[in-house]
Each structure stands twice: as C-alpha cells, then as structure tokens.
Design a protein around this ligand. Structure first.
Ligand SMILES: [Fe+2]
Ligand SMILES: [Fe+2]
Length: 483
C-alpha cells in the first residue's frame, strides 16, 4: 500500500508513504509541524514570506515529470514526505550481508549507527537554510532570489524527509532527535549544528554559489552513499532527495559561471587583459577572478572537511553493515565486500605528503572524497572553458586536498594550494593570496545591492542563458510583497 507514485495532497502533510493510514506517525509529524513553521517564520524576513514565489513542488516521485511550477507563498509550500518508488527484490548492495534482501525495518544491531547517520544528514538540511536566511535582502535579481528560495524550501523538505524516518522507525528517541533538529542552530554558541561547515556564515551571494557548488555537492555525495543503503526506506528517501539536489548543483555552478561571465565581459569591454589588474577590474563593478579563486579555495577546503577522517572505522563499519555504500555502489564491479582490497590514500610522513596503500574498508571516506573531487573538477573545467573562450589568461583550480584543512591527516600541517608543505611563517606571509581577506569580503559586500526589477541583474552577475521552466527573461519570478 505504501508505494503510490502519486503524491497524496489531502492530508496536511503531502506524502506518498500512506500516512493517512499510519496514524501514529502522522500524529507525531503533525505535532512537530508547528515547531517547524515557527522555525521557518522566525528565519525568513516577513516581507518574503508574503511574496508569491514561482516554485516547483514535487507532485510525484516518478523520475519523469515529478514537479510542477507555480506561484506560492513560502509558508504555504507543501513540504512533504516523498520516497522514490520501491524496487522489487532490492538486495543489500555491500558489506557482509551483500546480496540478502534489503531491510524494510531497522536491523536491530545497526539501530544506533543508522539513527546517527540520519540525524547528521538531517542536521545539515535546516542548517543551510539558516546560513542563507538574509541573502534575499541583497538578491542580484528576482531570478536568483527565486533560486535561493527554491533551494531553501527543498532543504527544509529534506529535513522533513529525515524527521519522517526518525519518527517512523526510531520511536521515542527518534521523536527527541526530531525536536533537537529544530533546537540546534547554525553558528549558535550553545547549540551549534553538528558539522563545522554548517556553522560558517554565508554572507554574500558569491559565498552562496560557492556553498551550493562545494558544500551541497558534499551533501549530494553523502546522499548518493545513503541511497545505496541496505535499509530500504533510507535508500528510497535519499534517491528522491537527489532529484532535487541536482538543482542545487545547478544553482551553484551556474551562479559562479555567471559571475565569471560578467567579469570577463567587463574586462573585454575596456580591454583589460591582465586578470590581476584588480583595482581596475573592481572599479567596473565586477569581482576579479583571483578573488573568485580565493572564495573557491575557502569553500572547497571547508567542504573536504565534511568527509571526516581519511581512515575511519565508523565508515568501515557502516559499509560492512550495508548501511552506507560507496558512490555508485551498485554499478561498481567488484565483490562489494572489500575484505582483501586496498586503496591509495595520501598522508603525511616525515614532513612530506606520500601515497600509502591501506585496507580499502578503512578508506571509505577517502574514496568518497576522491569521487567528490572528480565531480567538482568537471564544473571547474567548464568555468575554464568560458575563461579561455573570452581570451583571458587565467585558470581556476581546485586547491590541493592538503590546503587549509581542519580535519584529517592534513590538519597538523600547512600546505599551499598546490599541496606543497610549508612552514607557519610562509603560510602567514601568503595566506592573503589564497583565502579571502577582510578587504576582499568588504569589496564583495559592497556589490551586494538588491536588484528587484524583473529581467534586471546586478552589475557583477550576467543573466542566465535560459529561464527557470523556460520562462522568458523578464519573467516575474518573485512577486514581492511591498509592505
Ligand atoms: Fe538537502
Ligand atoms: Fe542541497
């Protein structure tokens, strides 16, 4: 009964999990709902709560045609519980139970491990909304504002998705975790969010684009590995979340592309060839490429930290249990147990970065991080193609994985963006070349003037090539409430 692809919108909580006949979970979610709405209402400035936003809402969990677009006031957005359709005969894709039927109920021996993974994933979702909650005030266009809100409502729905799993499968402690997800808050002294990068500020739109490019991509990789879970409800939940996550990747990559585009166009307009002619370039009301690079260095290194320790028994245990797979686990061709396999990791030995073969099971985090780096590199390559086509000599690069790390083997060393180990003094002397300075941030902040006219864009960002849902350039993506 729980496998309707169509979403039921009759209950207060839209869902395709048969909530109306699951009274206990429905009641728990309904009890949680007001707290969630409170959280949302306190977060997003009131003016935008009253505005009509052109948003997509999931109306089906079918991969073709799952969403519809329409104007909606955000507090009325239909946050819901959506799982991808159940695959008949799905089996546990990795670890010691490889090949056994996927679990439809929580396997007792892995209960705590599962709950922990769901809570951590759940914690990141509202955190990002909190980090971004003031950005609408300086939106460079209504198109961008709409994209921000789309990301925000979907991240909030992802919170719902995790809370549903907690309520449905983890009884009373699941409900307590659900309350705590609303109690913690990004950047808070007493009750911060669980992961470092989710307590950082997102003070400007370039940070937002870099965050969605780098940090949402970490989210995507985590969801990919949870989508491979042998616990089927988690797998189905994450598979559906990934369809939404693709848009977040788009917002990030495209936002940076358009930022670069505006810079290149401005440079070409007044014949500046030298990308390091920073004062001249900034005087054109655009962000110079070296500063864009520094922002990438910051957000990329913070996001690498989210993968945790390179060698991790927790990660090995989760894989071995079949609770969390590798990226594209079901497409990989090996024994899916990794008992005798090895994997190459970088580590620091005698003051040098060296490659080392380690048991593959312990290197699960490292492997996911490598997959992440490859995924991110594709976007960077497209930015460089754009730069080259505009005849400017500059190459954007992902910083080396040893650069600016707070977690893992590189935490204890200083490395430059190329991964050469350096002393503290050299770091201090050069860090302003690699990471945004307060001067860089002040300059970016000075450009963050709102641009609220349909079809118009702030000086520092180019219009998108196509509109959302193929809407024309002048389309009114947000009908602002003028109180
Ligand atoms: Fe998310
Ligand atoms: Fe996301």
């Amino acid at each position: 009964m729980e496998d309707h692809v169509k979403v039921n919108y009759d209950t207060r909580i839209p869902n395709n999990v048969g909530l109306s006949s699951d009274r206990k979970v429905l009641r728990a979610l309904e009890k949680w709902h007001p707290g969630f709405i409170d959280w949302w209402n306190q977060l997003i400035p009131p003016r935008y709560q009253q505005s009509m936003v052109y948003l997509r809402t999931a109306v089906s969990a079918d991969s073709k045609g799952w969403a519809k677009f329409d104007y909606v006031k955000m507090p009325d957005y239909r946050w819901g519980v959506l799982l991808a359709p159940r695959q008949e005969d799905r089996t546990i894709p990795c670890g010691e139970h490889y090949g056994a039927p996927a679990w439809q109920e929580v396997p007792g021996e892995y209960r705590n491990m599962l709950k922990r993974l769901i809570v951590i994933q759940g914690d990141t979702e509202p955190a990002s909304v909190e980090q971004q909650h003031l950005l609408a005030l300086s939106a460079p266009s209504l198109y961008d504002m709409r994209n921000l809100f789309q990301v925000n409502v979907e991240e909030s729905r992802h919170l719902w998705a995790m809370v549903y799993l907690l309520f449905k499968y983890f009884g009373r402690d699941g409900r307590e975790e659900g309350e705590d997800l609303l109690r913690r808050s990004s950047g808070s002294e007493e009750t911060p969010r669980l992961l470092g990068a989710f307590n950082e500020k997102t003070p400007d739109w370039l940070s937002f684009f870099m965050f969605t490019f780098c940090t949402d991509r970490d989210g995507k990789m985590q969801l990919e590995s949870l989508a491979q879970s042998g616990f089927d409800p988690l797998s189905r939940t994450c598979r559906f979340m990934l369809t939404e996550e693709a848009h977040h990747m788009f917002v990030g990559e495209n936002g940076v592309t358009r930022t670069i585009q505006a810079t290149l166009e401005a440079m070409n307009r007044v014949n500046i060839d030298d990308p390091y002619d920073i004062d001249e370039i900034r005087s054109l009301g655009v962000i110079d490429l070296p500063t864009i690079q520094k922002k990438l260095n910051l957000h990329f290194s913070l996001s690498l930290d989210l993968f945790g320790q390179e060698l991790s028994t927790n990660a090995a245990n989760a894989f071995n249990a079949g609770i969390k797979g590798r990226y594209m686990e079901s497409k990989l061709e090996d024994d899916h147990k990794l008992v005798d396999d090895t994997y190459t990791v970088k580590t620091v030995k005698n003051g040098k970065i060296v490659a080392e073969e380690v048991p593959a099971l312990t290197a699960i985090n490292m492997r996911l991080r490598d997959d992440y780096i490859r995924d991110a590199a594709r976007g960077v390559k497209r930015w460089n193609t754009l730069i080259r086509r505009n005849g400017v000599q500059f190459e954007i690069k992902l910083p080396n994985e040893a650069f600016h790390r707070q977690i893992g083997v590189f935490k204890s060393v200083h490395a430059d963006v190329d991964g050469d180990l350096i002393g503290k003094e050299e770091w201090d002397r050069n860090v302003s070349k690699w990471l945004p300075t307060s001067g860089d941030n002040d300059f970016i902040q000075s450009l963050m003037e709102p641009c609220y006219e349909p079809g118009r864009f702030a000086s520092w960002i180019a219009p998108p090539r196509v509109g959302i849902n193929n809407m024309p350039g002048e389309f009114d993506y947000v009908k602002l409430h003028m109180a």
